[in-house]
Design a protein around this ligand. Structure first.
Ligand SMILES: N[C@@H](CCC(=O)N[C@@H](CS)C(=O)NCC(=O)O)C(=O)O
Length: 216
């Protein structure tokens, strides 16, 4: 048994689980994982056995239980400073935290209308009310971040190298692909960078072959 265990929802659907799992993978630490299939009879009882919040993701480290995707990411950033889960530059770190928090608390229309469903393809999906505004704001964020790092020899992520901000936006990249969202070249390149990131590929491959199906 490893020191760290992460409790996750279905990999095909659980966008909050994906975020914390990507950050944990980025640390390089060995960890155990347990998937609790969500929205089935008995799911909540299983979640409550791990956390009073009854939501995934949940991180366990020794006697400590941390729930909530962003709190887990912050804890991992503290535990593994060498993994640079936040940008090293102070201003970039503040910006990365701001956009991660904006993701964590916002884009409600998009999250409701375009659920993460990695094995699904709906290129003709017509966005519901408020979704276009969310897409425009996300495109603005991605363009602003990438403008400072494209053509610099840095990596393809929002702040060059992979950070928590990318973990937070990775499920959006997945949704944009599933629902055939039209993107400018900067955003399209970013979606591609997420989809070819080895950790994301690993999660995706496990998600699409899961037996569980949620009928929303
Ligand atoms: N704000 C929380 C949201 C967690 C959340 O809503 N998780 C969903 C799955 S993606 C869940 O556990 N749903 C199970 C339920 O509501 O019964 C976080 O960031 O971790």
């Amino acid at each position: 048994m490893n020191d760290f265990t992460i409790i996750l929802g279905n990999k095909n659907y659980s966008s909050w689980s994906l975020r914390s799992w990507l950050a944990l993978k980025q640390t390089g630490v060995a960890f155990d994982e347990e998937v609790i299939p969500l929205y089935e009879a008995g799911s909540v009882t299983k979640l409550l056995a791990h956390s009073p919040a009854a939501k995934v993701p949940i991180l366990k480290h020794g006697d400590l239980t941390v729930w909530d995707s962003l709190a887990i990411c912050e804890y991992l950033a503290e535990q593994f400073p060498e993994a640079c889960l936040w940008p090293t530059d102070t201003n970039e770190r503040a910006l990365a935290r701001a956009i991660s928090a904006e993701m964590h608390s916002g884009f409600v229309a998009l999250r409701g209308d375009m659920s993460m469903d990695m094995r699904h393809s709906a290129p003709d999906h017509i966005p519901g009310p408020g979704v276009d505004a969310d897409i425009m704001r996300i495109s603005e964020i991605w363009n602003e971040c990438r403008a400072a790092h494209s053509g610099t020899g840095d990596g393809p992520f929002l702040f060059g190298d992979f950070t928590i901000a990318d973990a937070m936006f990775a499920p959006i990249a997945s949704r944009f692909r599933t629902y055939g969202v039209d993107l400018d070249s900067v955003c399209a390149d970013y979606v591609e960078a997420i989809h070819t990131w080895p950790a994301f590929v690993k999660w995706f491959e496990a998600g699409v072959i899961e037996p569980y199906v949620i009928n929303w």
